[in-house]
Design a binder for this molecule. Sequence first.
Ligand SMILES: [Zn+2]
Ligand SMILES: [Zn+2]
Length: 346
Amino acid sequence: MSTVTAYAAPAAKAPLERTTIERRAVGENDVQIDITFVGICHSDIHQVREGWGKAIFPMVPGHEIAGVVREVGPGVTKFKVGDRVGVGCMVDSCRVCDNCKAGLEQYCADGPVWTYNAVGKDGQPTYGGYSQKVVVDENYVVRIPDGLSLDVAAPLLCAGITTYSPLRRWNAGPGSKVAVVGLGGLGHLGVKIAHALGAEVTVLSQSLRKKGDGLRLGADQYRATSDPKTFEELAGRFDIILCTVSAPLDFAAYVSLLRTDGTMVNLGLPEEPVQIVLQSLFGNRRSMSSSGIGGIAETQEMLDFCAEHGVAAEIELIRADEINDAYERVLASDVRYRFVIDTATL
Ligand SMILES: [Zn+2]
Ligand SMILES: [Zn+2]
């Protein structure tokens, strides 16, 4: 075991504070990672505030982890000391169910072991990346290519794969038209990745406030959803709508922007059930869907793709003592576009 400094929420809705946690000894197949950067994901805030149900406290959030391998167990074959690595939303899964065997560990039949706010196979609570070190089985660690700096790579481990996986699943590429709803942490990476895949990209945002950014990040068009003309002019246009907002929307209006067989993929998860008029799907065999992160192999594929195409997160680097203020700013949509904690300041 080793004792490491971390930032934790002692109870639901309480501010995060500096503390120490124990990390398990490095086992046969484990990699011990010196964490250098960790992103702040909106889901960290949902979970600290128990917005998604009862949670485990104290909670150390953080599932956009980038760092360097410090130590490896005797059975480790994929990594060596000094390698640049990342850990995303999960740190284990059953490994034998159909989904695990298909590389869809995020949909493990037993549920994957989430990086924090979960219980590991050793019966201990898992603690996330707002900490100096983490010990993870090598099969749930990915390599960060040399072409990506660790600070801007960190958000790819959740926000990047969350947008990459559905864009690939629904075949975004040359000739396809993708709309990204919301230009935040997820949305800005959705725009960059869809553009890098070769799709025509339109941002749909409440206002035109971030239009300059959207076009710079790779959008071909930027339209305001507060303007009714947007919905008239773009009717039946898109193959894929990637919705990154978690506020309830007029789903029928958005679905009307899909062409035949188009899919609206909902990545933002409203805390309340939503209503959808099925007639809005019926006319053109449209689909409403959702998607959760991606498997380990696909996460590696995404990192390699991002390195090759120069895609990385736009970040604001913060100190650990700024985490609570950063949470308030995320809730106010006041971040361009992801906060990343410099763990040297823990
Ligand atoms: Zn996340
Ligand atoms: Zn499984």
